[in-house]
Design a protein around this ligand. Structure first.
Ligand code: IMP
Ligand code: MG
Length: 178
């Protein structure tokens, strides 16, 4: 375990099982649809690549980069698009792939943004959710695991751009950011 990690929340095996389960549900729900997975950069990359290879149906992929976080642990509430998707979304069934939902600000904005691009449907799939931190209520369609109000790292999740490459999800030692 990394020295900055307080404890492991989800092991590699637990993550694998969760992703497999979600992919099965998504493959059933989208079998007659025009699925495009859109990952939020950068946190979703590991989850996205694991999820897509477990799908048993056809899908397209794309990425969008929105910023709401600085290098701290609190959301700024302001969302702006740093990199947009690279294709029209008209008539497509968009499934947003996210690492973690905290305040809900980012996805509240992005969901409306994709709907305005005339997507046929827009749903949300997130590896983690911190319900106790929600500021904006948003419907989340697929959740890997609900987590307590602690700062988590690994499996794509960073603190100040570090720890994304850890293969497990752990809680960051508060001494690192306080
Ligand atoms: P929201 O807009 O407040 O829901 O923030 C969502 C984004 O904040 C996520 O995509 C993450 O990039 C980041 N974030 C929120 N909580 C954590 C955490 O515990 N660890 C790492 N990143 C987090
Ligand atoms: Mg993120």
């Amino acid at each position: 375990m990394h020295k900055d990690c307080e404890y492991i929340l989800l092991s590699e095996q637990e993550i694998k099982d969760i992703v497999k389960d979600m992919a099965k549900k998504i493959s059933e729900d989208y079998k007659d649809k025009n699925l495009i997975l859109i990952g939020l950069l950068k946190g979703s990359v590991l989850f996205m690549s694991d999820l897509m290879r477990e799908l048993s149906i056809d899908c397209a992929i794309d990425f969008i980069c929105a910023s709401s976080y600085g290098s701290g642990t609190e959301s700024s509430g302001r969302v702006n698009i740093v990199k947009d998707v690279s294709q029209p979304l008209d008539g497509k069934d968009v499934l947003i792939v996210e690492d973690i939902i905290d305040s809900g600000n980012t996805l509240n904005f992005i969901t409306k943004y994709f709907a305005a691009k005339n997507a046929a449907s827009v749903k949300i799939c997130t590896m983690l959710s911190k319900p106790s931190r929600r500021v904006v209520e948003i419907p989340v369609d697929y959740v890997g695991r609900e987590v307590p109000d602690e700062f988590v790292i690994g499996y794509g999740l960073d603190y100040a751009e570090k720890y994304r490459n850890l293969p497990y999800i752990g809680v960051l030692k508060p001494s690192v950011y306080s």
